[in-house]
Design a protein around this ligand. Structure first.
Ligand SMILES: [Zn+2]
Length: 102
């Protein structure tokens, strides 16, 4: 896959579980979102924005992979978004290992 194909597949995945995603978002946020708002946000974000949302560390905000090099290489060696997500997940675990333990 190239990055554009990857981004398209990630969008499709998000849209297919829109109800669940909105329910989760509303549970954890004071701002409430509707399903049409969620669908609109997913379809209007750029390829880069949607991919970055998957490779940004949720605890420190750093990028787990470099967008230009790693994302591209992992996308090219993957046949599906699920395969790419699996590789990204492993990189995320490795990244979390670098966090200073308190
Ligand atoms: Zn981090």
């Amino acid at each position: 896959m190239n990055k554009h194909e990857l981004a398209e597949e990630l969008r499709r995945k998000q849209l297919s579980k829109a109800e669940e995603a909105v329910r989760e978002f509303n549970k954890n946020s004071r701002r409430q979102m509707t399903i049409p708002q969620f669908r609109n946000a997913v379809t209007s974000c750029s390829d880069e924005e949607i991919i970055l949302s998957y490779i940004t560390c949720s605890s420190c905000g750093a990028l787990i992979l470099s967008y230009d090099v790693d994302v591209d290489a992992l996308a090219r060696s993957s046949n599906s978004a699920d395969e790419w997500l699996d590789k990204t997940y492993k990189a995320a675990l490795k990244h979390r290992g670098t966090h200073v333990k308190l």
